[in-house]
Unconditional design. Structure first.
Length: 426
């Protein structure tokens, strides 16, 4: 079984990305932790005992290239399998071939393998018949079978840095005589490729085809006019960028909040999803410090339902910046979580008699008496028990030295009751 590129006759020029594939790990750009001397991958290659390896990371960062380089360094024939088309019979044919010829079996998007395909492949690897490398853009612990995860060495690849990407572009230019780019243009292509080396080389090839001489800014803009950055809304990019957006709002960094929000918008994220996240964190992270943050977030959610993109991006920025710039209090989130945990782990506390429903004939005979209406007191508050839970057990004020609602409320109740608010010791 052979790769499509190996089996088919060459038609015209080889794609630049294929022509520049590294032959060894020394030629791989980036991924220094993976390719450095003494790394686990190097040690396995040196021992001739690769076994089963999963390469995990976003598209275009060298998973296939590394797999091919490993095969070459091991002196084994590279046999790629298509995860969606290869059947059990194909895997067993490779097993037969591996008994006569040393093989490295490579499966891209290995998460598409069925449990049966995975079991047959693992049987080949476990008895040492062949080595195996799988590649996936999804988190292996989420998308792969437990059997494959437990029997594999999982190696995570990181997006290429801007310096790595510049090196990729320069290597591509060396392969394209007659095409000239300034250092600024090289950095521009490197930066706009989103850490995807394949994308950078494909763009470079598009700029070079039919052109001889200096590349212009207009040519670069045309090449990237309709090219979005990487943002797989079903994969790790989705969760990682959303996580960064949320943590930037919580961390009160408005610039980071806008950057990650722009990444979500540019990647085509549903504005309703973004608005829902802002609503959640208006209560979770701002909470009682500024009650108007939730009002802004709810209004933003209603607005994006009515207007959509592109104007919705302004509304989302408005709400996200309100959450980011507002003072923070986690008392509401922390309090309800503590209350739920208490309810789930202890016997239910009886409702005090004076708090029980007394709006029916016979309630007084049952002892449902003694409730004092706070409005009857000039202070709007009276001393009475509302539960057997000690004050401060669940609600703990996050008031800080700022003019927040929670700070004002603490000061008010200190004056009314003559003692510290719940959760405060002094």
């Amino acid at each position: 079984m052979s790769d499509l590129f190996d089996a088919a006759p060459r038609q015209g020029r080889m794609p630049l990305a294929a022509a520049l594939r590294p032959a060894t790990l020394d030629e791989v750009i980036g991924q220094q932790a993976l390719t450095a001397p003494g790394s686990i991958l190097r040690r396995r290659i040196a021992a001739g005992a690769l076994g089963s390896v999963i390469l995990y990371g976003p598209p275009g960062i060298g998973k296939t290239s590394i797999a091919r380089a490993v095969g070459a360094m091991l002196g084994k024939s590279f046999r790629p399998l298509n995860a969606t088309r290869a059947g059990v019979a194909d895997i067993r044919r490779l097993a037969d071939e591996a008994r006569m010829t040393p093989l490295l079996i490579f499966v891209d998007e290995v998460q598409r393998f069925s449990a049966t395909q995975t079991d047959d492949l693992l049987a080949i690897c476990e008895d040492g018949t062949a080595d195996f490398i799988g590649a996936t853009t999804g988190n292996p612990y989420h998308v792969l079978t437990p059997a494959l995860v437990s029997r594999s060495t999982i190696l995570k690849l990181e997006p290429l840095s801007i310096e790595d990407m510049e090196q990729v572009v320069r290597r591509g230019l060396d392969h394209l005589p007659g095409v000239a780019m300034t250092p600024e243009q090289i950095r521009l292509v490197a930066g706009r490729s989103g850490g995807d080396a394949r994308r950078a080389l494909t763009t470079l090839e598009s700029l070079a085809l039919g052109h001889d001489g200096p590349v212009t800014e207009a040519m670069i803009e045309e090449a990237y006019a309709a090219a979005p950055i990487n943002h797989d809304r079903s994969g790790d990019a989705h969760y990682d960028v959303v996580s960064a957006f949320i943590k930037s709002m919580r961390g009160s960094d408005p610039d980071a909040t806008l950057y990650w929000l722009a990444r979500l918008i540019h990647g085509g994220e549903d504005p309703r999803f973004i608005a829902r996240r802002i609503m959640i964190h208006a209560s979770e992270d701002v909470g009682l410090a500024d009650n108007t943050a939730l009002q802004t977030a709810v209004a933003a959610a209603q607005a994006v339902e009515k207007i959509g993109y592109p104007e919705a991006q302004i509304v989302l920025a408005h709400a996200a910046l309100h959450v980011a710039r507002a003072p923070k209090s986690a008392s509401a989130c922390r309090g309800i979580m503590a209350a739920l945990q208490l309810v789930a782990s202890t016997p239910p506390a009886p409702v005090p008699l004076h708090l029980r429903d007394a709006h029916y004939k016979g309630a007084e005979a049952l002892g449902h008496t003694g409730y004092v209406l706070p409005h009857d007191d000039p202070r709007g508050w009276v001393e009475q028990d509302y539960s057997p839970i000690p004050p401060g057990t669940l609600y703990q004020s996050d008031a800080r030295d700022a003019a927040t609602f929670e700070k004002r409320a603490d000061e008010y109740w200190r004056k009314v009751t003559g003692r510290p608010p719940h959760g405060l010791q002094t």
